[in-house]
Design a protein around this ligand. Structure first.
Ligand SMILES: Cc1cc2nc3c(=O)[nH]c(=O)nc-3n(C[C@H](O)[C@H](O)[C@H](O)COP(=O)(O)OP(=O)(O)OC[C@H]3O[C@@H](n4cnc5c(N)ncnc54)[C@H](O)[C@@H]3O)c2cc1C
Ligand SMILES: *[C@@H]1O[C@H](CO)[C@@H](O)[C@H](O)[C@H]1NC(C)=O
Ligand SMILES: *[C@@H]1O[C@H](CO)[C@@H](O)[C@H](O)[C@H]1NC(C)=O
Ligand SMILES: *[C@@H]1O[C@H](CO)[C@@H](O)[C@H](O)[C@H]1NC(C)=O
Ligand SMILES: *[C@@H]1O[C@H](CO)[C@@H](O)[C@H](O)[C@H]1NC(C)=O
Ligand SMILES: *[C@@H]1O[C@H](CO)[C@@H](O)[C@H](O)[C@H]1NC(C)=O
Ligand SMILES: *[C@@H]1O[C@H](CO)[C@@H](O)[C@H](O)[C@H]1NC(C)=O
Ligand SMILES: *[C@@H]1O[C@H](CO)[C@@H](O)[C@H](O)[C@H]1NC(C)=O
Length: 634
């Protein structure tokens, strides 16, 4: 240490250290986040018009919100209301946005006569591509799971069978390409009492990206991605990292990581928004067993707050939001414009796939003994840094099917992975269960990913899922029989189990003090359970199946894991006691931060923090659609 530094005392020394760290910091914002692309009170005054007060900022964290409406109105506006902005105001707003405002049209509008947009060829294309996630990702208002949209404009072959309406889709969308447009949209919606939603890909199971009468901030076009070979910005981590724009999807990150010989923590699905709902919800990954959760990897975020202010959020700046935005859920504390996440070296990966089923030599009891054999190795497998993704389903009464798709050995060669798995495979063989193992070796994460999973299929409204984060105790001898019985009860009742043998490893090189559900830190079995029904099912059938899922099958799962929780990003919109289930002991702190940063309740999404203060009119039990009016409970 230089003598001059020693002599100026510890406080000054720390200050110098901080300055040094910042000056060598290698992560600047994207161009569209830079000062010239931000809204400031002075740039507002440059907008020459009679009255732009509807674009004003709110004071930051006010004890009393400086809303134009006090007391705060009970309900948000819908089109047709006397206070709904006039077309002149929308046009003026559009001008300030440089023309980025879109009046939304349901994606399947060309399939209907009543829209005036009927086109048999356009409709046919929409019908053919409806299950392709990109169709919905590329649309400003669509969602991949139309059940809670209200199914008011599904693709159809008969253009006069019903009338297509917006339902739960937003009324207007801003196709943002600059921070300034996000700030304007936030100020506009807050000052004019409009419902606000944030739509990235539309992946969310609970349709958290849509809402009737809403102004939607569509982050899809924020596609920048930048590799930072040596991030060094004063946090505990320095080394390779990526800055990801809010619209970046999983596969785009993996491709960039592959090109730079690194690995990034992300999910199994190609089109999920990494910087959007994935990180906001916690984010699980095949490499979590080595690195922890997706949210743990965040080094910095840029965020537009509900006040309209644009801020940098990290360990030193808005540390409370840095905690909340990593696991506390999307669409709650503001709009994230970009995130910096750390990267890891590339690793070799080995996978093992196989299926087994009931059959001539496999009774139902033997089948479930096979499932139990697997579960008894959950802790062994994840402790070694491996991961498993599997399916259990009944195709017909008495016929059961298991698919390992796949077991995934991080940083393992095939001989290493075989050594780990042989006791389990021997158990299956000893049970008399025939199976044909398929081993594959890869030298990088991206190659494993593309070699393992195809593009996902979306767009259905014939199922609904719930989830449970089972701790390792559920798979230990004292409890494994109960766990198996509860799983078997659901599968025998017709449920589909999409299982993850996953552990979010402790990782001292990153900041794991965040809002990720504490149950994730104890999980070795993350199980998604789906109820299904025919696509043509009536509401009463959907209600009956949904109620069975929540109040029978999942009730048993909750009973055998009382201190666990559920994953908010792959959760049940009807989850009872959702605050505890999705957020655990973090809920009171998350709610206090919600009231601090969003005192007018600008951001709302079903099951989000603070959503219990609101209701939506016209909802029927078990099918809580987003196509009614959003109102405060008090
Ligand atoms: C097929 C499939 C596979 C999946 N696989 C995984 C997986 O492997 N691991 C995993 O952890 N999860 C997985 N998920 C769940 C996924 O993480 C969540 O659905 C996630 O919310 C998707 O985020 P999104 O931004 O893509 O979607 P959206 O539906 O557009 O957004 C989700 C929520 O985040 C909010 N939001 C989006 N962007 C922003 C932003 N920039 N600022 C503030 N709020 C924002 C939205 O308003 C909404 O509330 C999967 C989901 C599906 C359907
Ligand atoms: C906004 O302006 C652009 C460009 O002028 C235009 O194409 C678009 O239709 C406008 N949006 C609305 C909702 O009027
Ligand atoms: C279809 O729409 C047109 C107007 O676009 C209308 O004239 C016609 O009657 C409609 N047909 C049916 C069967 O509703
Ligand atoms: C569609 O709306 C029109 C006008 O409101 C109505 O006359 C017609 O019956 C509706 N069609 C269907 C199939 O509901
Ligand atoms: C990645 O590794 C390969 C093989 O070792 C090498 O040829 C390539 O230059 C590396 N690329 C980068 C961006 O480091
Ligand atoms: C069932 O077991 C018998 C005896 O071991 C064997 O011959 C037969 O091939 C098995 N059938 C199947 C479908 O595995
Ligand atoms: C992968 O394994 C090697 C030894 O085989 C070890 O040195 C390295 O740290 C491991 N990497 C990770 C990310 O665990
Ligand atoms: C679990 O079930 C097995 C039979 O499948 C039985 O042998 C064992 O004793 C049971 N364990 C407990 C703790 O009840």
């Amino acid at each position: 240490m230089a003598p001059s530094l020693r002599s100026i005392g510890i406080t000054a020394f720390l200050a110098v250290e901080q300055t040094l760290a910042t000056s060598s910091c290698t992560s600047s914002k994207f161009t569209w986040e830079s000062t010239s692309n931000q809204l400031t009170p002075s740039s507002l005054s440059e907008i020459t018009t009679a009255d732009t007060s509807f674009l004003n900022f709110d004071s930051e964290t006010p004890s009393q919100p400086s809303s134009r409406f006090l007391p705060l109105p009970k309900c948000k506006l819908l089109p047709g209301d006397p206070l709904w902005p006039s077309s002149t105001i929308w046009s003026l707003f559009n001008l300030t946005l440089s023309g980025a405002l879109i009046k939304t049209i349901p994606l399947a509008a060309p399939c209907y006569n009543n829209t005036g947009l009927y086109s048999s060829s356009a409709c046919q294309q929409i019908r053919e591509r409806w299950s392709d996630p990109h169709l919905h990702v590329d649309d400003p208002s669509s969602t991949m799971w139309p059940l809670y949209q209200g199914r008011t404009c599904l693709p159809t072959e008969d253009p006069t069978s019903s009338n297509c309406t917006l339902g739960g889709y937003a009324s207007y969308s801003v196709a943002v390409t600059k921070v300034k447009q996000i700030q304007l949209a936030i100020n506009f919606a807050r000052n004019l009492n409009l419902r606000l939603v944030v739509k990235n890909t539309g992946h969310d199971f609970a349709d958290k990206s849509i809402g009737a009468g809403a102004l939607s901030i569509w982050t899809h076009k924020l596609k920048d991605i930048r590799f930072i070979p040596n991030y060094n910005c004063g946090s505990r981590y320095s080394g390779p990292a990526f800055r990801l724009g809010a619209g970046i999807e999983t596969e785009e990150v993996y491709q960039a990581a592959e090109a730079n010989n690194v690995t990034v923590v992300g999910g199994e699905c190609r089109t999920v928004g990494m910087a959007g709902g994935y990180i906001a919800g916690g984010g699980h990954s095949p490499v979590s067993a080595l690195a922890g959760m997706g949210a743990d990897q965040v080094l910095e975020m840029e965020v537009v707050l509900p006040s309209g202010k644009f801020v940098t959020v990290n360990e030193g700046s808005y540390p409370d939001l840095f905690w909340a935005l990593r696991g506390g859920g999307g669409s709650t504390y503001g709009v994230v414009t970009s995130v910096v996440v750390r990267a890891y070296p590339q690793i070799p990966i080995t996978t093992l796939s196989f299926v087994f089923a009931t059959g001539p030599n496999v009774t139902v009891d033997t089948f479930f003994a096979g499932v139990k054999a697997y579960m008894s190795y959950f802790d062994t497998i994840t402790s070694a840094g491996a991961y498993g993704y599997f399916l259990v389903v009944s195709f017909a009464p008495g016929e059961y099917f298991f698919s390992m798709m796949p077991l995934w050995g991080n940083n393992m060669t095939q001989p290493q992975f075989e050594t780990l798995l042989n006791p389990f495979l021997t158990d299956l063989t000893n049970l008399g269960i025939p199976f044909e193992p398929v081993w594959k070796e890869y030298d990088s994460f991206y190659k494993t990913f593309t070699g393992t999973w195809g593009p996902e299929v979306v767009g259905a409204h014939d199922s609904h899922a719930a989830s449970r984060l089972f701790p390792k105790e559920n798979f230990e001898p004292a409890k494994i029989n109960q766990t198996l019985a509860a799983v078997r009860h659901a599968i025998e009742g017709g449920a589909i189990l999409i299982g993850h043998n996953i552990r979010a490893a402790p990782n001292p090189t990153v900041n794991q003090d965040n809002a990720v559900h504490p149950a994730w830190r104890k999980t070795t079995g993350f199980f998604i359970l789906a109820a299904s029904w025919p696509a043509t099912a009536s509401d009463s059938v959907i209600q009956e199946r949904s109620e069975t899922l929540t109040n029978d099958w999942m009730a048993q799962w909750r009973a055998i894991s009382p201190s666990a929780g559920s994953y908010l990003s792959e959760g049940d919109i009807n989850e009872p006691n959702m605050q505890d289930a999705f957020y655990g002991i973090h809920y009171p702190r998350l709610l206090a931060l919600k009231k601090k940063y969003d005192p007018t309740g600008l951001f709302y999404a079903p099951t989000a923090v603070g959503s219990e203060d609101w209701y939506i009119t016209g909802q029927v039990p078990w099918i809580p659609t987003q196509n009614g009016r959003l109102c405060r409970r008090t």
